[in-house]
Ligand binder design. Structure first.
Ligand code: ATP
Ligand code: MG
Length: 339
């Protein structure tokens, strides 16, 4: 289905869709997350789609520094979700380690993929190349299959993600299809939904990423934001244009300003024109700070009540468990493993 058709069916029949998407609790969410997926999550929820946000806490175990501060990172994610407008009254936030039946799906799912297929995944290859770990764990190698369990446990059929997630989603579709072919239809084949910024670059010109130290987090202060943008990589051409292929770094900054101001990036670039990198960076800084001001204020307000954040998670975990138990029963029946 094309993205225009998909969009039209969501608007016409939001109740026929279920969204699952989420993040690893490896740090605070950044502008790449916001324009890559968060914005779509909130938009879909407001259109009336049921949205599940998963905090993929098992998937950070390999990183010791992060694992030691897990509770703080998990609360930070809940805070970021609520600050950007996620309504926990109409959707579910949960951590996958709290949902045993979800994780059990990983076993039959692993039987449906080959080691060679897992090894070909370009995103996993890239993450392994950039990881700070000396060796690749089995958990890291198989994480796209774990993600299939995350998505399929609640039979989600729509997944708003950034571009790096497309190979994973393809694997989820493959697993769903193979399961259904072998055991009878249980799972949908979920569709990805990309935003207008499926790959926002960070201040060093590589994909903006929590673990690469090149991100502008939603919760950064206005001064930190200005400092980070001042240090962003540009190029030698003084005249500012929007040409993502030829000038990725400059174009990513232009795009960021345009997304924050809801304007056309070519128009933003033309306005800066001969002003060069200095004017570009000033423009981006004020656009980002103006855009994030209300989100930051709301985050600071919510951060005062940690008990409420815990409560949101408790309720979410309970709902996810109910659904996962039902799905696992159905899976075991389909596999004839009910004794
Ligand atoms: P980590 O470095 O720990 O992998 P990350 O910043 O890459 O963190 P993830 O938790 O891996 O973030 O990704 C969560 C979601 O955000 C995914 O859907 C991913 O595609 C999307 N996303 C992350 N970074 C970007 C980006 N720079 N541009 C667009 N989407 C992004
Ligand atoms: Mg990532």
């Amino acid at each position: 289905m094309t993205s225009a058709l998909l969009e039209q069916s969501v608007v016409e029949a939001p109740a026929t869709f279920r969204v699952l998407t989420g993040d690893r609790p490896t740090g605070r969410l950044h502008l790449g997350h916001y324009f890559g997926t968060l914005h779509n999550r909130i938009r879909l929820q407001r259109l009336g789609v049921e949205v599940f946000l998963i905090i993929a806490d098992y998937q950070v175990l390999t990183d010791r520094d992060i694992a030691e501060r897990l509770p703080e990172h998990v609360e930070d994610l809940v805070l970021d979700y609520l600050a950007v407008g996620f309504d926990p009254g109409r959707g579910t936030v949960f951590a996958h380690s709290a949902v045993p039946a979800l994780n059990q799906l990983l076993l039959p799912f692993l039987s449906l993929v080959s080691v060679a297929e897992l090894g070909r995944n370009p995103t996993v290859k890239d993450e392994i190349a950039h990881s700070r770990q000396a060796a690749v764990s089995g958990l890291m190698f198989t994480y796209p299959a774990h993600q299939a369990a995350d998505i399929l446990f609640c039979k989600a059929n729509l997944v708003p993600v950034g571009q790096d997630q497309l190979p994973h989603l393809e694997l989820t579709r493959t697993i769903a299809r193979r399961f259904n072919d072998r055991y009878g239809k249980v799972f949908p084949e979920p569709a990805p939904m990309l935003s207008a910024a499926p790959l926002l670059l960070g201040t060093d010109g590589a994909k903006m990423s929590k673990s690469r130290g090149n991100a502008i987090s939603l919760s950064a202060t206005a001064d930190e934001t200005a400092r980070l943008i001042r240090g962003a990589k540009t190029d030698a051409d003084r005249h500012i244009t929007y040409e993502p292929e030829r000038r990725p770094e400059v174009s990513s900054l232009v795009l960021l300003a345009s997304l924050c101001q809801d304007r056309d990036p070519h128009e933003v670039a033309a306005e800066i024109g001969g002003g060069g990198a200095a004017v570009l960076k000033r423009t981006v800084t004020s656009a980002v700070n103006d855009f994030l001001a209300p989100i930051r204020a709301r985050r600071a307000e919510l951060a005062r009540d940690r008990g409420y954040l815990r409560q949101v998670l408790r309720v979410g975990n309970a709902r996810a468990n109910e659904i996962a138990d039902t799905t696992l029963t159905e899976v075991r029946q389909a596999m004839r493993s009910v004794y």
